[in-house]
Write a protein that binds this ligand. Structure first.
Ligand code: EPZ
Length: 421
């Protein structure tokens, strides 16, 4: 396995190209199972998770061609079993459940795996599909879902922590081919859910209210092929905003859109970061002579502050001039980065889902490791500004979710490289 070596202390300056959103691309790839026609998907990020989803689609005997950032998915899927060895590595694999059920009336999908960020139940996925008229059993670690005919229903999809992005995706995808109308209450409103809905609409699905908590889907008999470009990745954008902020740098994030990042932008501005939107992207700048201001953050479903940006924001707040508080309301245990940031000299106290961060003057390089994608990104950010050398081990998770992170950072002045362990 590779590790990343970072020599901190360089101000980043230049242009970073923002890739397509991982969390849009994965469910959209699964949605292509809903048609026998060809779907062409552009602006797909080159990531391990995308490769895993390609393998799953191929295991279902669908044809997938990959040409740089374009995927051509075609042909009837013949198999209905998504196997453990693939599904266990990535949570988003569960997205094939809804489309397989709708198209083939039967699906066998292994329980999903993914990052270690606390319990990640799938009760809402199963509730959505059951309410549409399917019967679900769990056997030998697999979800077995069967239906004679899916029928539209009124479904409340709220859980203990609010709406669910992928449960909304699974239910919405299955409902596109159900008989009658489905109403999903407390539907996720994340930009990736909206991108998926737009993809389905371009295939002939009848969906309304897809950026609101009440989504209405009128089932159709058949969906057809389409061509679609994935939206820019808001979490990748946010991560590079923080790379600029933490190094007191000046980055232009090409293709980035602020529309999906208001909560993050609002907090960064509060911390003293200057952010300006232009036609082709977003400029992010922080004056290194001025201290980062502390703030309070609570993660919430969209349009609240995203949990996927919590760890990276914490790295910046470790260096703020005062005390900050972060409350994690989506995954109350998603704090794996705290122990690693503390190894680098951060002062953080964890009280249940609240992290209290007392800013320090400097972070120091160290050997660190994280088994969560965004936590790993937070450690890279800390490494960019830490004194001396930081080694981020087990970067498997970073490769799952950030396209060429090390190369993109080196191009704007970071001293970062990959070595074999
Ligand atoms: C999506 O995961 C993202 N993954 C995650 O991104 C992201 O952290 C998360 O949404 C929240 O925004 C993809 O899109 C591929 P949820 P998802 O269902 O859909 C609870 C990243 O770093 N819940 O919206 O699996 C759940 O435990 C990742 O890119 C239930 O209770 O998350 C959590 O507390 C990691 N029952 C809350 O809902 C369920 O059946 C929101 O989770 C499902 C979820």
């Amino acid at each position: 396995m590779d590790k990343l070596v970072i020599e901190g202390g360089r101000r980043l300056k230049g242009v970073v190209n923002i890739s397509g959103a991982k969390n849009s691309a994965l469910p959209i790839m699964a949605a292509s199972l809903l048609t026998d026609d060809t779907c062409v998907i552009n602006n797909v990020p080159l990531l391990k998770d995308v490769d895993t989803m390609i393998k799953i689609l191929r295991a279902l005997e669908t044809k997938v061609e990959k040409k740089k950032g374009t995927l051509i998915i075609s042909g009837k899927c013949k198999k209905v079993k998504a196997p453990y060895d693939l599904v266990s590595t990535m949570r988003a694999s569960v997205c094939v459940l809804g489309p397989l059920l709708a198209k083939k009336k039967y699906a066998e999908v292994s329980f999903p795996g993914g990052c270690v960020i606390g319990p990640r139940p799938i009760d809402l996925h199963l509730k959505g599909l059951e309410r549409l008229g399917s019967e679900i059993k769990i056997k030998s670690g697999y979800i077995l879902a069967r239906t004679r005919k899916l029928k539209g229903a009124k479904i409340y999809l709220g859980g203990h922590f609010g709406s669910s992005v992928l449960a909304t995706a699974n239910t919405m995808m299955a409902a596109t081919l159900a008989e009658g109308t489905t109403i999903i209450e407390n539907a996720a409103c994340e930009p990736e859910t909206v991108d998926l809905a737009n993809f389905l609409i371009s295939m002939g699905a009848k969906i309304e209210g897809h950026s609101t908590p009440t989504m209405r889907i009128k089932g159709v008999k058949k969906l057809h092929g389409t061509r679609h470009a994935i939206v820019p990745d808001r979490v990748e954008t946010g991560t590079y905003m923080l790379a600029s902020a933490i190094t007191g740098g000046e980055l232009f994030l090409k293709n980035a859109k602020l529309a999906h990042l208001f909560a993050v932008v609002d907090k960064l501005r509060e911390c003293g970061v200057k952010i300006t939107e232009r036609e082709d992207g977003v400029a992010v700048k922080r004056n290194p002579k001025q201290a980062v201001k502390p703030t309070t953050i609570t993660t919430l479903p969209y349009p609240g502050f995203p949990t996927d940006m919590q760890a990276q924001m914490m790295s910046l707040l470790c260096l703020a001039d005062g005390i900050s508080v972060i409350t994690e309301k989506i995954y109350p245990e998603r704090f794996i980065h705290i122990s690693e940031l503390s190894r680098m000299g951060a002062h953080i106290l964890l009280e249940g889902p609240n992290a209290i961060i007392k800013g320090v003057k400097n972070l120091n390089g160290a050997d660190v490791m994280a088994s969560d994608l965004r936590a790993s990104a937070a450690l890279v950010l800390a490494g960019l500004v830490a004194k001396d050398k930081t080694e981020v081990h087990r970067i498997y998770h970073l490769d799952r979710g950030y396209e060429n992170l090390d190369k993109k950072l080196s191009r704007v002045g970071a001293r970062i490289w990959r070595e074999q362990e």
